[in-house]
Design a protein around this ligand. Structure first.
Ligand SMILES: [Zn+2]
Length: 480
């Protein structure tokens, strides 16, 4: 199939190969940023670097395009460093060892490839270095720390002129992304009311496990459920049947993942245990029916545990778990398969007399995300709990009219004889920050097919890189 030599005749693969030789995990972008600065200057281009090692490079319009509006190309310089267990790799020193496997490039499963977003940077370099294609004046924004907290894009303060932005961090060559969600983390901290333990009581641990889990953005729309939510549902149901208190509760691994398991220790009278057992068995059966694809692995198990030293009133905990918004908040008219707004009750922890719940809120519209947060705030207020938000990033709001999106779709249709998929994603992209910097921004995000980002099995399609390069040049030549 493809040989290394053949790929390296193409400028985009040449640039990608060079980038693989300069370590560039998040927070360690100085070397790659310095390399690109010197490279751009060697081509006679105006290039600047800031204190965050962001780069801003300008290339003049080609002849006949002097009056065309400036276009910005944007990609991120950093990559996630993740390696297979047993691989001895130093991401601050070592070259990324890319290999050809059939039609794809991978590292043979050793480490992340860094096509996220090295290929976006390489495509921008191809345009900057090109002498054969017509295009408007180009501004290239290369940012740092995207994979950590978007702080590069946030602090990018060069006085750019473009109002049209092509983000090169897409990962599907027939998709034009035209919106991405903003998000925030939120936390509720509920003080618990201690109760005196009854004389004769038993303690039973109920554990809900085996849910499919997944990413709180990408997989929230797949009906996989959330173990903490299920636990709340179950506690609400048995509350009507017999009294109990709660001595411990725990669920989820990360607020940005759908909770795969959750458990609680219930303190109850011995005579109510058989009713609890019956309800737990029924819940398992119900969950299997409600989740026809992943349900078989879901388990609801009961185990008697030793008598606890203390227990808390169950009602406020049940209220919090049951009334908390959790899951899809709203879908979007234009993208029926992708959530427009969601909230994930990702973790629940009980310690030092508090129940702490951590949420991931995502939304295509900033106002809708804010409204979800306000619901949490209201619930917290009603329950006498504290509520706060942290780490937020802006949404890239969908534009009803987008000249760039329309032109990109027309060019795609003409080149490939089919419609591109116009879509949004339920994760954050840096585009949201550029929308904050200037009124009236218009953007798309695009890129060649790549998969398993942030994992040692990251891969990228070779033919798709050729396609993306060809498409990008054709699109730029139409923007006049
Ligand atoms: Zn990326």
């Amino acid at each position: 199939m493809y040989s290394r030599k053949q790929l390296l005749q193409n400028p985009t693969f040449q640039h990608f190969d060079k980038l693989c030789r300069i370590p560039h995990i998040s927070g360690k972008e100085q070397a790659i940023s310095n390399y690109l600065l010197a490279w751009a200057e060697s081509l006679g281009l105006a290039a600047e670097q800031d204190a965050h090692f962001n780069l801003y490079i300008q290339k003049p319009a080609t002849s006949g395009y002097e009056r065309a509006p400036v276009v910005m190309l944007q990609a991120h310089l950093d990559m996630v460093g993740s390696k297979s267990s047993g691989e001895n790799v130093n991401f601050e020193k070592d070259v990324i060892p890319w290999v050809i496997e059939g039609n794809t490039i991978t590292t043979g499963g050793k480490t992340t490839l860094g096509a996220d977003d090295g290929i976006g940077v390489a495509l921008a370099m191809t345009v900057l270095g090109d002498k054969n294609h017509a295009h408007p004046a180009i501004e290239v924004a290369l940012t740092t720390m995207e994979e950590v907290d978007f702080s590069g894009a946030e602090s990018f303060n060069f006085p750019f002129r473009a109002v049209s932005l092509i983000n090169l961090d897409g990962s599907n060559d027939n998709q034009l992304l035209c919106a991405s969600s903003g998000g925030m983390a939120a936390e509720i901290r509920l003080p618990l009311e201690r109760v005196t333990l009854p004389e004769a009581c038993r303690c039973v641990r109920i554990a809900i496990s085996g849910l499919a889990g997944g990413h709180s953005g990408r997989e929230i729309n797949r009906g996989r459920d959330n173990a903490i939510g299920i636990l709340g549902r179950f506690l609400l149901q048995i509350k009507k049947m017999f009294p109990f208190t709660i001595s411990d509760l725990d669920g989820g691994d990360s607020y940005i993942a759908l909770a795969r398991d959750a458990q609680a220790e219930l303190v109850l009278a011995a005579e109510d245990i058989s009713a609890l057992e019956k309800e737990a068995a029924e819940l398992e059966e119900t969950l299997h029916k409600e989740h026809p694809i992943t349900g078989k692995k879901i388990r609801v198990s009961l185990n008697e545990c030793k008598e606890p030293s203390h227990a808390y009133m169950a009602e406020p905990i049940i209220m919090m778990l049951s009334l908390s918004p959790n899951g899809i908040v709203q879908m979007n008219e234009m993208f029926p398969e992708i959530a427009a707004s969601s909230v994930n009750m990702g973790t629940a922890r009980m310690n030092e007399g508090f129940l702490t719940l951590k949420y991931d809120i995502r939304s295509l519209s900033e106002k809708m995300g804010k409204s979800t947060y306000e619901k949490l705030e209201l619930l917290a207020e009603l329950a006498g709990a504290g509520c706060r938000q942290s780490t937020s990033y802006p949404s890239w709001d969908l534009r009803a009219d987008s000249l760039l999106r329309d032109t990109a779709a027309t060019v795609y249709r003409r080149m490939y004889g089919e419609e591109p998929e116009i879509c949004s994603i339920h994760v954050g992209l840096e585009v949201g920050y550029f929308f904050l910097k200037k009124e009236g921004m218009d953007a798309i995000a695009y890129g060649p097919n790549r998969w398993n980002n942030h994992s040692p099995s990251e891969g990228m399609s070779i033919p798709s890189v050729y396609k993306a390069e060809e498409y990008l040049f054709t699109l730029l030549s139409e923007l006049r």
